[in-house]
Design a protein around this ligand. Sequence first.
Ligand SMILES: [Fe+2]
Ligand SMILES: [Fe+2]
Length: 308
Amino acid sequence: MTANTSTASAVIQASASGVAKGAAANIPPRRMDFEFSESESPRYFYGNDAFLSHFWNTFSSLLPAGESFFVQAVRHYRDQVTDPVLKAQVAGFIGQEAMHSKEHLAFNTMIASKGLPMEELQRDVSWFLETIAKYAPKSLQLAATVCLEHYTAIIAEQLLREPEHQRMLGDFDAKKLWLWHALEENEHKTVAYDLYESTVGSYWLRAGTMVPTTLILAVVLVAFQTRMMAADGQLFKLKQNAKGFAYLWSRKGLFPRLAPQFFDFFRRDFHPSQHDTDALLMEWKEKLLGSEGLLKDSSFAKKAKAAA
Ligand SMILES: [Fe+2]
Ligand SMILES: [Fe+2]
């Protein structure tokens, strides 16, 4: 299955009843309908910086297939859930991740239209995840989902918490995509974890899976970004790339700032809700979805109404 077909099937699986259940659990799948026009989307959307924009492009290349993988991993276990609250949260999780796949695919298609090798990267990550889905035990697939959801939650929290990211994202549709996604990652950050705890439950599998998951993620991100930058003729712009690398990895860089939250995952009594984002979510729901919010014209429902 390609990223396109698995994303389409994931969206179809986010049924109307799932949407209603997710909304009742405060994890409402919101159908966006972003239009990323090639001409209005700058090539280097993040701070007009090639290295950093390609870092986020690379991250995005993993998401259509990656989030479909999360949906499948969760679906393997959802029939074992008896708690009605967790059942509704799982429905919301599936709906939100399906929408993220769909919108990142639209974003990635726009990036590909700039002559960048996005389709090749998506194809490779689809192949890798389909192989894992076929051969790895289902418990390991859910544990890997919990690990990757930890990454998305803490990166998303940083995107929302630090104005520097919002400034670097400029005023383009890419900003709407990343901030909407960040909001919803924080809304559903406990779901895969709670599903894992109530079904598989092994601490050692959860903590042990984080190590290879992190190594594979790091290798894939570096290899994919290198391919993206080579295709764009940016690979040997050493001064510019050293600056971008420092932005991510220097002592105060994006990833080192995440280290304390990252390592919390290895505590036996860790739970994602210990990273309190309730006030942050309230603030960003208003900033994005309020009457004057950044997404006020973006939802599919509003567009459909306006067109009627
Ligand atoms: Fe997501
Ligand atoms: Fe997620």
